[in-house]
Write a protein that binds this ligand. Structure first.
Ligand SMILES: Cc1cc2nc3c(=O)[nH]c(=O)nc-3n(C[C@H](O)[C@H](O)[C@H](O)COP(=O)(O)O)c2cc1C
Length: 203
């Protein structure tokens, strides 16, 4: 499937067949996530792969009881790891310099590269980290479509409650949930704004 077809045929799927999704296919999806772009190549995405029905049910309960969350054979909890911004930035910059994607002078000019960041400072990275995780999730959605799988990005949830269920450390910020399974529905395209409505200005 080419990218255009995947983009055009992807839908948010909210009804799944009970058929299992193999380990191999889940790895294919996570591989698509791994290859997503991220700011300074921080790759802050981390995934919790849930197949256990009782855990899925607990998460569903903390996500306004959206029932397809436990119905889907696999539930991904997509997180941003804030600690990557505290300890890995220099390493990432050095790697990018080594492959010629960044100027060696970045080691002197990269903002705050050598400044230690406490938990409060790391919170400032949440929007940036979540943006990166969102890109990885879109890669997963499109790869899933190409494999005949359905997904849905689900953000209507009580993230704090889910973090408790999973006993997540504070540095892992839940960005969204993503059920994965074989679609039991084939929805028509959902409405979209016209091109003229999304072009704010052409200068
Ligand atoms: C950030 C984000 C959060 C979303 N949260 C939910 C959600 O909590 N529950 C849900 O059923 N769908 C959710 N969706 C799916 C949207 O409703 C869906 O993408 C939109 O209606 C367009 O439909 P389509 O994805 O089938 O094209 C979310 C999508 C995004 C991108």
């Amino acid at each position: 499937m080419d990218v255009k077809t995947a983009i055009e045929s992807r839908r948010s799927i909210r009804k799944y067949k009970p058929d299992a999704v193999s380990e191999e296919l889940v790895k294919e999806l996570l591989e698509a996530a791994r290859l997503a772009p991220s700011g300074t190549n921080h790759q802050p995405w981390r995934f919790i792969v849930i197949r256990d029905r009782s855990v899925k049910e607990k998460i569903q309960a903390a996500a306004f009881d959206q029932e397809y969350l436990s119905q889907a054979p696999v539930l991904l909890v997509c997180c941003a790891d804030l600690s990557t911004y505290g300890k890995d930035t220099r390493k990432r910059v050095e790697e990018l310099i080594a492959v010629g994607a960044m100027d060696p002078a970045s080691l002197d000019t990269y903002p705050g590269l050598n400044k230690p960041k406490d938990a409060e400072a790391l919170k400032g990275y949440i929007p940036h980290a979540m943006l990166n995780v969102a890109l990885a999730m879109e890669n997963i959605s499109l790869r899933a479509t190409s494999l005949g799988l359905g997904t849905c990005i689900v953000q209507l949830m009580k993230a704090k409650k889910i973090a408790e269920v999973l006993a997540l450390p504070d540095n892992l910020i839940i960005t969204a949930l993503m059920p994965v399974g074989y679609p039991e529905q084939s929805p028509a395209p959902r409405p979209r704004l016209a091109l003229e409505e999304i072009i704010y200005q052409v200068i």
